[in-house]
Ligand binder design. Structure first.
Ligand code: MG
Length: 454
């Protein structure tokens, strides 16, 4: 974790921790280091037009030409950067955070968020007060660009759209008042679907169900699926990269299971490919991909880490347990629209319903919990915890992951953004999951209490 950058960009409460001055210094520093042609986009937050203006002015002041895409999802902006000669981009968004937040995600010329090394260079420049502005006659120009048709056509063409169109699926979309309202319904129409939408008006207060889709707050979407007889439902976050998929019986699909399904079908189309996923994902994925002679490349937790690992090693599929799918043949970043298109693609290819495809995946119960830990104690706590645990397999790549012989596992790791430890567990029975969480929560709490008292 950097001084300003979190696990995905820089975020804070607007006009409190994330100020116009900070946004401007970040953008000028990024522009200076990235190149002369920079893309800018923003989500639908109330404060996003304000921050967009600061970002554009700052980029112009250091001599960058700005290509403004207006209101856009993060993955659509990433796609437009990757398929052009743009040298980088700044997306004004706080992703799934509550409405009072805002921030920026900085993209590299390949469309993926910038590597850690560049984050560190930007932070150094920020600490020096940002780069010097250029001479008046070197100030950049702004141009405005559309993306909607090009992007949605590209997603459509990444899958077997003829087969999907023939099926005439019914699709329910909860757009969460976010930027995906521009792209997802159009994509679904282009795929010949009958489209039903919820919260389709972009609104920075996120009045519908908040900006973060969770299996719990997608109640209305579940009702819409039942009422319309939809084949699939999908809920998007504020900037359209994360999504939660719901099957035709209105059951939420855990990210591990959708990833398992995508990995299985992907390996039939791309035999021998390695699948990239963080240690928070289920080890059962290893068995799924082993059937196809493939293996998992485990990483630390964080979508950017997965994307960068895909690029650095030339791997084509990545995913996270929270529902992020990175489909390399399109772009190795999370994209809710691509996730929707892929699900429809596999439903056609296998001629099965979504719930039937999900039922083929390993069935394990899973849960998450958290317990407080001051940021300053996290490192020491983790060290002590690693010494106190015992299991047949212990993985300390990110936090401590214990894998038992009965396929149960538990992972506890300090959060990168909050003063807490997260605890994940999975097993064949819900009782064992509860037990694993309770036991390890107690252990983490004991260690943190001892350190706090010392
Ligand atoms: Mg997001």
């Amino acid at each position: 974790m950097g001084k300003y950058f979190g696990s995905n960009g820089i975020r804070g409460e607007a006009n409190k921790d994330f100020t116009l001055e900070l946004a401007s210094t970040i953008a000028a520093s990024a522009g200076k280091l990235l190149g002369e042609k920079i893309a800018v986009g923003r989500d639908g937050r109330t404060t996003s037009p304000m921050f967009r203006d600061a970002v554009v002015s700052a980029l112009l002041s250091v001599g960058c030409d700005v290509h403004d895409f207006g209101v856009i999802t993060t993955p659509a902006l990433q796609y437009m950067i990757s398929r052009s000669d743009l040298e980088g981009g700044v997306m004004v968004t706080a992703s799934h955070n509550p409405p009072q937040f805002n921030g920026v995600k900085i993209m590299y010329h390949d469309g993926v968020e910038i590597p850690k090394k560049l984050e560190a260079e930007i932070e150094t420049l920020i600490d020096k007060g940002g780069p010097k502005p250029c001479n008046w006659d070197k100030v950049g120009k702004v141009s405005f660009h559309d993306y909607v048709e090009e992007y949605t056509d590209a997603v459509k063409e990444a899958v077997d759209y003829t087969g999907i169109i023939e099926k005439g699926f019914k699709v329910a979309l909860d757009l969460g008042n976010g930027a995906a309202a521009i792209t997802a319904p159009l994509l679904a129409s282009k795929l010949g679907c009958q489209v039903y939408t919820l919260n389709s008006e972009i609104d920075g207060a996120f009045p519908g169900r908040g900006s973060e889709p969770t299996p719990e707050n997608l109640v209305d979407l579940k009702e819409l699926i039942k009422a319309t007889g939809s084949d699939i439902g999908i809920g998007f976050d504020g900037d359209g990269d994360r999504s939660i998929i719901i099957d035709e019986h209105a059951e939420a699909v855990w990210g591990d299971k959708s990833l398992s399904l995508v990995a299985q079908e992907f390996l039939k189309e791309y035999p021998g490919e390695t699948i990239v996923t963080p240690v928070s994902s289920s080890p059962s994925l290893e068995k799924v991909v082993a059937k196809y002679g493939s293996k998992i490349y485990w990483t630390k937790v964080g979508s950017v880490i997965v994307s960068r690992a895909m690029i650095d090693n030339g791997y084509k599929l990545g995913g996270e347990e929270n529902g992020g799918i990175m489909y390399g043949p399109f772009l190795p970043v999370r994209d809710g629209c691509v996730a929707l298109a892929l699900m429809l693609h596999y439903m056609v290819k296998r001629n099965k319903t979504l719930s039937e495809l999900i039922a083929e995946q390993p069935h394990l119960c899973k849960d998450k919990d958290k317990t407080p830990c001051p940021n300053l104690l996290k490192e020491e706590a983790l060290k002590l915890l690693a010494e106190q645990v015992d299991a047949p397999e212990i993985n300390t790549m990110d936090g401590v992951k214990l894998v038992y012989e009965d396929d149960s596992w538990v992972l506890f790791r300090p959060s990168g953004t909050e003063p807490i430890f997260r605890i994940y567990a999975e097993s064949s029975s819900p009782e064992r999951v509860k037990e694993l969480i309770a036991e390890h929560k107690k252990l983490v709490k004991k260690v943190v209490d001892e350190l706090s008292a010392a």
